[in-house]
Ligand binder design. Structure first.
Ligand code: KG4
Ligand code: ZN
Length: 344
């Protein structure tokens, strides 16, 4: 574990340009500033992320975003202890913007550079302590080891057993589409803009999760893998079979969401039992889904932690947090972006 006290975390693996400054406070991480710029208007217009377009937008916003993060934290670069940077996995053009910027700043400011695996970064959002202003303050417990980690994002669905910081065993993952990808692609069939996950979960609130039958992917396999591609196809067939005037969006969304949740919950429960784990940490954009977290909390026989929604989707704070716990600084000249990095 690094002793660096204040870390600038930079994240550009997909379409977000994010920078955050976080501080270590015993074994907790506190946010001093957290800035995220997205090209969501462009995604909505073109129905998804166009890699070259995302990288062009990131090139424009990376320096303003880092400058804003420093200003909001009222810090000068010389007050930073280190810079943590996502070096993979992700879109190569996007990763390069962040990695090359971080390498340059590390040399310019003479600060250690800590490469972070984006997927591990998502999990480390669970170590961030967030103080909500006036109405309520959320100071949740720090996750305890051993713990099971469920990562559900737009590009990944993975199940991992953490024995300690930096010491984990990969249990399984999706064989095809990720959970978030399934939400997004099915949302698109319903005519909703990218990212469709939040829209589906919103509509699902007013729907019946048992209204439509959809297949439970890999329900009978005794591994910890997932599959969501067949579900997407089944959803497309279901839509075609419905009377055009009779597309009950709420029921469709609730049924789809429930099938995705069922497959995730089933494998989490099986892994928790097999490895006798009493703590689950959920991470990634889909962890912002309230029903998923509620159903995991109701069924997992132990503690369930999930970051607040703004820390579930891509951000720099989670990268800086991972930098504290599992980061090791390296020579900036030797760092290369790795779009295919995995947890496995
Ligand atoms: O972690 P993330 O920001 O990006 C990746 O690293 O992929 O996750 C984005 C994904 C998208 O697929 C989005 O639809 C999904 O997270 N998402 C949700 C919700 N909020 C975001 N999916 C379901 N329910 C939500 N409330
Ligand atoms: Zn992500």
């Amino acid at each position: 574990m690094l002793n660096h006290q204040i870390i600038l975390g930079i994240e550009t693996s997909c379409d977000e340009t994010a920078a955050a400054i976080v501080k270590k406070d015993n074994d907790r991480v506190k946010i001093l500033s957290n800035v995220v710029a997205t090209s969501s208007d462009l995604q909505a217009k073109y129905g998804g992320i166009i890699p070259e377009q995302a990288a062009r937008e990131q090139l424009k916003s990376i320096i303003p975003v880092i400058t804003e993060a420093l200003e909001k934290a009222s810090l000068k670069p010389n007050e930073l202890s280190a810079i943590a940077i996502t070096f993979g996995p992700g879109l190569i053009g996007s990763l390069l913007i962040g990695v090359e910027t971080a390498k340059t700043l590390s040399l310019l400011w003479n600060k250690p550079l800590i490469p972070v695996n984006h997927l591990l970064g998502h999990f480390y959002a669970n170590w961030i302590q967030v103080q909500m202003s006036d109405v309520r303050s959320q100071i949740s417990d720090i996750p305890k080891f051993p713990c099971l980690g469920l990562l559900v994002s737009g590009g990944h669905s993975d199940l991992v057993l953490f024995k300690n910081h930096g010491n984990y065993k990969y249990l399984g993952g999706t064989r095809d589409d990720a959970a978030g990808e399934c939400f997004d692609k099915c949302a698109r069939m319903l005519g909703f803009a990218y990212p469709g996950g939040p829209k589906i979960s919103q509509l699902a609130e007013g729907g019946d999760p048992k209204a439509f039958h959809l297949p439970r992917p890999m329900a009978d396999s005794d591994d910890y893998d997932f599959s969501f591609s067949g579900l997407k196809t089944a959803f497309a067939h279901l839509l075609k079979s419905l009377d055009k005037d009779n597309k009950q969006a709420n029921d469709l969304c609730a049924s789809l969401q429930q099938v995705i949740i069922d497959s995730l919950v089933q494998k989490v429960l099986a892994a928790g039992k097999r490895y006798k784990v009493e703590q689950l940490i959920v991470a990634g954009g889909v962890a912002a889904n309230k029903q998923l977290i509620a159903q995991l909390k109701a069924k997992f026989p132990g503690k369930v932690s999930a970051p607040l929604p703004f820390l579930c989707t891509d951000n720099g704070a989670m990268i800086a947090s991972a930098g504290f716990f599992v980061g090791e600084s390296i020579d900036p000249a030797s760092l290369q972006a790795n779009p295919n990095l995995s947890l496995g």
